[in-house]
Design a protein around this ligand. Sequence first.
Ligand SMILES: [Zn+2]
Length: 274
Amino acid sequence: MLGFGNRLALVIVTGWLMMPSPALALGDSGADGQFERRDSFHFILYQDVDLDESSGLRGSRHFEQQILQELEGAYDRLDELLNLRPERKINVYVWDAGIFAERFQGLFRFPAAGFYGGAIHVRGDERVTPALIRVLHHELVHAAFDAEAPRLELPAWMNEGIAEWFEARAVGKRTLSGRERSILAKAARQGALFSLDDLSARSFGGFAPDAAAMAYLQSYGFIDYLVHAHGERRLNQFWSAVVRSRSLERASRRAYRQDLGDLGKAYLRSLGAG
Ligand SMILES: [Zn+2]
């Protein structure tokens, strides 16, 4: 799951522009590159999952309505938790799983369930599963950051860390699981944690699968640490200050009264690293 503004995004955006315009290719059959379009208040949904029926509980219409309902719920939560309210409608593509893999998997070194590249793209399913709901929440954070500060280059630990934290919060998970904690503690003991600098790449897209899993977890852990040590409101202030000042350092001093480097060190110490 990626939110990136690096050259991968250009590849994807270009690829997307070369596709037949979804708006002109509205069909009813699914999984043929012809997208069904459906609008809600804040989103335009295009979906191409191969569903047998269009009506009924297992039909495409119900599926689309459910996805839009989840997205609108996520929009409200984003406002509550991060004070973000993208004004322009966000385009969301729900791809047939096979087509998604064929078209996009080569762009990442690890299996991706979705990404943001000017629009939200997710690998679809035949039902709205908890996994799909998480991915939608995750990618919405990237979309909202992009809408709020289009030319701001965020480090991946912040972009991905907040996206991971938000998707976890969305399903009621308020902190790292015991298993996640023990993975981080073990890496800390082995000296295998990334430095904040390592995690400041624009995206983790080029990381090998194990390294990417660790980078996402460590980034989520950092945001979780900030929230538990200093409160959700400060995270909100931090993010707003980043947008206003365009400086992570200044934002960190403003929201946390500490240098970013010191916050990073305190987090590593909390994991048992020296
Ligand atoms: Zn992401």
